[in-house]
Design a protein around this ligand. Structure first.
Ligand code: LLP
Length: 426
């Protein structure tokens, strides 16, 4: 996670502003986005993958302000639903720089993508090829498509977020020959422009060798398509999934190292296979936004369990961060509002929801004098926390506050009880 900088009084600063002031202005819980850090990560990926296109994966966290930042920093955007597409377009994203993903895009979503002039659609099934072809004929357009290929790589990550092994719902299988057949079907349709192949092997990956194996396998299919179907494939997308540090145990590879390894394997394989090198793209989400956000909570109750640990309850929980409960994810927490000279105490940071699995941070040593009213910050919560937030127990979702040069601005406002009630009919 981003290093927490604290002032002499032990108060954490995010984007140059003390969190005590941010809490007073915006309330808690709140997601605090360090805007400069977010932008710097966009630039890091752009520089590391110079010559390639970097699609920010909006599923990690998307809002209109984020779309504008991504656009300003020269990134492309990956969306995977009509809602994400609508957000991107509402923020003025250049449609040509949008890639549209999903294993079950509806006719309505595909139609909107075509009407908007989305740059590329990553097709995921034969049904979709048929659906998209019909829509293209209706509109007299020729959409650019990529084929999502399941390359059979076992990414070493949680099973729910590994995506390129054979027995799961995404893509066309490489080994079963479906991906090759999909290329034939697309070319045969006559209305779709096949740009290239796409692979995404999973998420929160630390071992770059998975990307190398996937690149090698996908380029062998690329070669077969070029040779046997007589087309050129100008693009290749190796997906996202670059891991980040959630705790001090995690040791991710710098973006530059990953880029070097991925570029080298593509160069070497293309040379070995006698292929023109395709234009590369990648789709990082977590690695760009994850470390740029702290969730700020206020402590409400402190409950020591003799001989076990102390339960520290905060004013949010699994509705603003489901990842601990869902993926057994590890986070850290830090006292953010004052200095403490008390010794360490084994704590579990829990939320306010009505189940015991409502854990935010499983194990953390917090100062033994932690008390109601203290602020706790949980770093590394930019990715898949707000975007997977829920209204469980009718708890309104927290705001996202961007902080830069000591100035804060709300980019997603706090949900209110009126917002919740607004959906109830009768
Ligand atoms: N491209 C495709 C096609 C994807 O499916 C994904 C993530 C990404 C890019 C971005 O992956 P990233 O760089 O963010 O790892 N909710 C889970 C993660 C699900 C990822 C889904 N696809 C979590 O909280 O860990």
């Amino acid at each position: 996670p981003q290093t927490a900088t604290k002032d002499d009084g032990g108060v954490l600063r995010v984007g140059g502003k003390p969190v005590t002031e941010l809490a007073a202005e915006h309330g808690t819980p709140a997601y605090l986005l360090d805007e400069e850090d977010f932008r710097a990560r966009c630039r890091t990926f752009r520089t590391a993958f110079a010559g390639a296109d970097v699609y920010y994966a909006g599923k990690a966290f998307l809002s209109k302000a984020i779309v504008r930042m991504v656009h300003e920093e020269g990134l492309h955007l990956d969306v995977c639903s009509g809602g994400e597409l609508a957000t991107a377009l509402a923020a003025g994203m250049d449609p040509a720089k949008i890639g549209f993903h999903g294993n079950n895009k509806s006719v309505g979503e595909l139609g909107r993508a075509l009407d908007a002039g989305v740059g590329r659609i990553i097709v995921d099934s034969f049904d979709e090829i048929e659906r998209l072809s019909a829509l293209a004929v209706e509109r007299g357009v020729r959409p650019q498509v990529m084929i999502r290929v399941t390359v059979g790589v076992e990414a070493h990550t949680h099973e729910f977020i590994a995506t390129a092994h054979e027995d799961q719902k995404f893509g066309f299988s490489l080994s079963g020959g479906e991906a090759f057949r999909a290329a034939g079907t697309i070319l045969g349709a006559g209305v779709l422009e096949l740009r290239g192949l796409h692979s995404h092997i999973g998420s929160q990956i630390f071992d770059a060798s998975g990307f190398e194996v996937s690149a090698r396998r996908i380029l062998s299919l690329h070669k077969r398509i070029v040779d046997e179907l007589g087309v050129t494939l100008p693009e290749l997308d190796l997906g996202g999934g670059f891991g980040i540090a959630y705790t001090s145990q995690d040791d991710p590879q710098p973006a530059g190292d990953l880029a070097d390894r991925m570029n080298k394997i593509v160069d070497d394989e293309c040379a070995a296979l006698g292929l023109d090198r395709p234009h590369l793209s990648v789709e990082p989400g977590r690695a760009i936004v994850g470390p740029a956000v702290f969730t700020l909570y206020e402590v409400g109750t402190v409950k020591p369990m003799e001989g076990l640990r102390t339960y520290v309850s905060v004013d949010g929980g699994m509705s603003d961060n489901i990842r601990t409960a869902l993926y057994d994810a590890s986070y850290s927490a830090t006292l953010a509002s004052r200095t403490s000279h008390a010794g360490p105490m084994l704590a579990r940071v829990v939320g306010k929801h009505c189940e015991s699995g409502d854990v935010v941070v499983k194990d953390e040593f917090l100062p033994a004098d932690i008390r109601p009213g203290d602020l706790l910050a949980v770093p590394g919560t930019g990715a898949y926390c707000r975007s997977m937030a829920s209204n469980y127990n009718h708890v309104p979702r927290p705001p996202v506050v961007a902080v830069r040069d000591g100035q804060s601005r709300v980019i997603v406002r706090r949900e209110t009880e009126d917002d919740l009630l607004a959906l109830d009919v009768g």
